[in-house]
Design a binder for this molecule. Sequence first.
Ligand SMILES: [Zn+2]
Ligand SMILES: [Zn+2]
Length: 127
Amino acid sequence: MRDGGQNPPWAIKNPIKVRTKPMYENEEKVVEAVEFQDETIVCKDCGNEFVFTAGEQAFYKEKGFMNKPKACKACRDAKKNAQREPREYFTVTCSECGGEAKVTFQPSEDRPVYCSACFAKRRQPRD
Ligand SMILES: [Zn+2]
Ligand SMILES: [Zn+2]
């Protein structure tokens, strides 16, 4: 007793230690597993059935996603990959026919660019 009993009666002499550790390691998961059930969904992209598992449902809820997935994992991954590498197209005027052409590279001024049709024509051996 450092204060020699000078503390007012309402002073906390023995502060309660708060238990921060969860009682069970997977406490949350145990609760979620009861709440969710595997669900079969038909993919809107490929038409295949896929399982929206209880674990995934718990994950969705945790993330705050309101909607169920509409596409299977393969289709979703494909879409994700497509978004990750956006293909940039440049619209150019074909040097051969003057038509509009889309190319995936940055065209340079001094080089002729061709639409796919003219490009294919030029690659064919001439008689
Ligand atoms: Zn699919
Ligand atoms: Zn052309």
